[in-house]
Design a protein around this ligand. Structure first.
Ligand code: FES
Length: 109
């Protein structure tokens, strides 16, 4: 699969997340307080909860259900109860639009 348009840049408010589904893959697109745009898997690895309904703080997205915070940079949970990471996707900005290829995940060591 190739990249798909996720949303426009203008749709993203700072410190908020937007859920998109690309190629059947749920993705949380997040603009942090510094204006950087991130994309991570939208499903919490602790339960079937949409992370985009949670809370953005700095470069983390917190699951509202039990409070695990996921790094927007690595996808790793920074607090329990989740212990498995979510995928992190490569984001491309083209003009006013945000593009993501749901098959291309960042290689996080
Ligand atoms: S469902 Fe996300 S931390 Fe429990």
């Amino acid at each position: 699969m190739s990249r798909e348009r996720a949303c426009s840049v203008a749709e993203l408010e700072p410190d908020t997340a937007k859920r998109v589904v690309l190629g059947g893959v749920p993705i949380a697109v997040v603009k942090d307080s510094a204006g950087a745009i991130h994309a991570i898997g939208d499903t919490c690895t602790h339960g079937d909860i949409s992370l985009s309904e949670g809370f953005v703080e700095d470069d983390t997205l917190e699951c509202w259900a039990h409070g695990s915070q996921f790094s927007l940079l690595s996808g790793k949970p920074l607090s329990l109860p989740a212990y498995e990471p979510v995928p992190v996707f490569v984001v491309e900005i083209d003009g006013d639009d945000v593009y993501i290829d749901p098959d291309v995940k960042k290689d996080i060591a």
